[in-house]
Design a binder for this molecule. Sequence first.
Ligand code: ZN
Length: 177
Amino acid sequence: MEVVVPDEFKPLYEVSASRPIVKIPAEVLRKVAEPVTKFDRLTERLIDQMSKEMQRASGIGLAAPQLGQLKRIIIIHPGEERPLALVNPEIIESEGTQLGQEGCLSIPGLYGDVLRADRVVVRAHDARGRLMEYEMAGLPSRVVQHEIDHLDGVLFIDKVDPATLHWMHPDEASETE
Ligand code: ZN
């Protein structure tokens, strides 16, 4: 789907040193990210930077390609708990469906309903390279599916129900990934 950004939302699409999150139509958002093989200071630094930028943008999730880095790293922060970094995440089980609204920090202002699995089990490394498994349902599950899609160059506009797409100022929306 081609997105035409209305004039009033165009300022949100500017990228600068103080607002480094990449916006559509940047090509990096459409590429497949590479697995992380080294759990070193560079990986840690990227995770810290992702966490900082996600919080600065009031997001609930962020994937490394959104900072222009083609690495399989995502951060999710859907609730009160600390942000969770998942490296090389893979969905190994999924069950049920949920329909809910999504937005994306790389497509600011655009929202729409996406059908996702309800419950997922995700296997991923943590920031230090330990293999972990997480079971999630509801919003955390939705966010993790949205972010893993980013690692494969897939955006929510590829899966959205087009009839539900609408523009809204991000300050008025509750959550953006
Ligand atoms: Zn996104």
